[in-house]
Ligand binder design. Sequence first.
Ligand SMILES: CC(C)(COP(=O)(O)OP(=O)(O)OC[C@H]1O[C@@H](n2cnc3c(N)ncnc32)[C@H](O)[C@@H]1OP(=O)(O)O)[C@@H](O)C(=O)NCCC(=O)NCCS
Length: 155
Amino acid sequence: MLRAHIPTPGDPDRHAVRFARQQRGHSSFLIAWVDDLPVGAGEVLWRGCAAPEINEHYPDCPELNGLDVWPPELRSQGIGTALITAAEDLVRERGYPRIGLGVDDENPRASALYLRLGYRETGRHYLDRYQYTDPDGTVLDIADPARFLVKSLET
Ligand SMILES: CC(C)(COP(=O)(O)OP(=O)(O)OC[C@H]1O[C@@H](n2cnc3c(N)ncnc32)[C@H](O)[C@@H]1OP(=O)(O)O)[C@@H](O)C(=O)NCCC(=O)NCCS
């Protein structure tokens, strides 16, 4: 059902991998619903950012990863913010003082949202590495320039 409603081009097993990660206790998989339909997803990675150059500086900082609202017509209606708030609540409940996330250098609208919600620049840049499978089956290694933002959850 998730795959039918929230496509993951180039990574057809993405939702299944996320479920498996949650089953192992390494993450919490968040799904936003409207009228019984999934319209957004994200994942809290409890071990923090997968990029070692970030993780060495933020080892105890869970990361909100892979935030997506679908279809695009449903964006800018607060669904993304609801997912972010749910992630922050989970992280706070487990006693962590902060949450982090990576944002692509070419995604200024997403970073504007995060900054508006209280995330702060860390000055740490890294390459967000993942694999993308072309329709013809070719597997590409992608490395998108990104930067790491952090929000304090302490009151
Ligand atoms: C980023 C994203 C998850 C935010 O979800 P959302 O439901 O649109 O977020 P909200 O409605 O709570 O907030 C919208 C704000 O996010 C920002 N934004 C980021 N990407 C946007 C997009 N593609 N379209 C519209 N607004 C976007 C805007 O600043 C917008 O401000 P506005 O409400 O004044 O228009 C969603 O837009 C999305 O799925 N984008 C494509 C995937 C992506 O970029 N993921 C983030 C990876 S770091």
